[in-house]
Design a protein around this ligand. Structure first.
Ligand SMILES: [Zn+2]
Length: 338
């Protein structure tokens, strides 16, 4: 089968190779990959010298059709359309029993600690293959497991209420483009923050943003909207480069939430600025299978939409990363089509 692989870390070392078609073991299914989302997590995997196995196939987000089921597999059949929940979990630890597979003590990400979806085929545990409902296409489904699920889980944890002012940093990205929609769905007043505000204003407003502003303008706009109080919720998965600004605009009793640190993870926190405002700082990572099911339902009911920017053949994997990181007009997901 055709696959994107690397043997030495580095985007420049990615190549297309003919790899053996994997065989599903007990409790596993073989998926013919139709669409694979490109995410920062793949970039970090490709640059990780500890990635295994080698040659390594990246790809932490994909959808496809079940082509073969392993021994002892029930509940799914050959021909089923599925989207892959990418967190491996044991199903037995305290967090799994709480329904929080994303915190499993024996966890890892498909495509990071196993072969991923930048290939014609991938083997995954049956418990990670969720059926795609009628009315949802496989390209739409492929946008959900990383950015959308992360954003949904963040807004659940931040408990966004109707009428609250929500600022979304990194608004054009895989997380941000969904966080805007989910905040709107919860009745919030959504301020999307992007360095490229002028170029992407239209696209972000179509996703539900009420205001699209640059980091230079966000403070003033939030102050006007809140009579100087600040944002009730700030969603910021950008990291180090936006922290000082994004934390400074949180209202008293507000929430600041992160699920990523694309620009670096080390920040300085002034404790009085935290306690005197009674700000909640919330961490979030991925989401649960139950939440992924909710997102599939929301898509099938057309309550949300999948922002797909472009689709490229596997051969163009390096272009895909260039577009994700550098394309000034990009809003939403870059998909690979094996
Ligand atoms: Zn567990």
């Amino acid at each position: 089968m055709r696959a994107v692989v690397f043997e030495t870390p580095g985007i420049e070392n990615l190549k297309i190779m003919d790899m053996p078609k994997p065989k599903p073991g007990p409790g596993e299914v073989l998926v013919r990959v139709k669409y694979a989302g490109v995410n920062p997590v793949d970039y970090f995997t490709i640059n990780n010298k500890n990635a295994r196995p080698i040659p390594h196939i990246p790809g932490a987000e994909f959808s496809g059709v079940i082509e073969e089921v392993g021994p002892g597999v029930g509940g799914v059949n050959v021909g089923d359309e599925v989207v892959i929940y990418n967190r491996l979990f044991d199903g037995t630890c305290r967090y799994c029993l709480m329904g929080h597979e994303e915190l499993c003590v024996n966890s890892g990400l498909i495509g990071v600690v196993t072969q991923g979806g930048f290939a014609e085929y991938a083997v995954v545990p049956t418990t990670n293959a969720l059926k795609v409902p009628k009315g949802v296409s496989l390209d739409e489904a492929a946008t959900l497991p990383v950015g959308a699920l992360t954003a949904w889980h963040m807004l659940n944890r931040a408990e966004v209420h109707p009428g609250e002012v929500v600022a979304v940093f990194g608004a054009t990205g895989n997380v941000g483009s969904y966080a805007i929609q989910f905040a709107k769905l919860r009745g919030a007043i959504v301020v999307a923050v992007s360095r490229r505000a002028d170029r992407v204003r239209q696209a972000l407003m179509e996703l539900g943003a009420d205001y699209v502003v640059t980091p230079d303008d966000v403070k003033q706009v939030i102050n006007e909207l809140s009579e100087g109080l600040g944002a009730d919720v700030v969603v910021d998965a950008v990291g180090q480069s936006t922290w000082n600004l994004s934390f400074s605009i949180v209202a008293k009793y507000g929430r600041w939430i992160t699920a990523g640190a694309l620009t670096g993870g080390d920040v300085t926190l002034n404790l009085p600025s935290l306690y005197s405002r009674e700000v909640l700082v919330i961490g979030s990572t991925g989401g649960t299978r139950a939440e992924l099911r909710v997102l599939l339902n929301l898509l099938s009911k057309r309550r949300i939409r999948a922002p797909i920017y472009t689709k490229l053949d596997l051969e163009r994997v390096k272009d895909a990363f260039d577009i994700m990181f550098k394309d000034e007009n990009r809003v939403g997901k870059v998909l690979l089509t094996p």
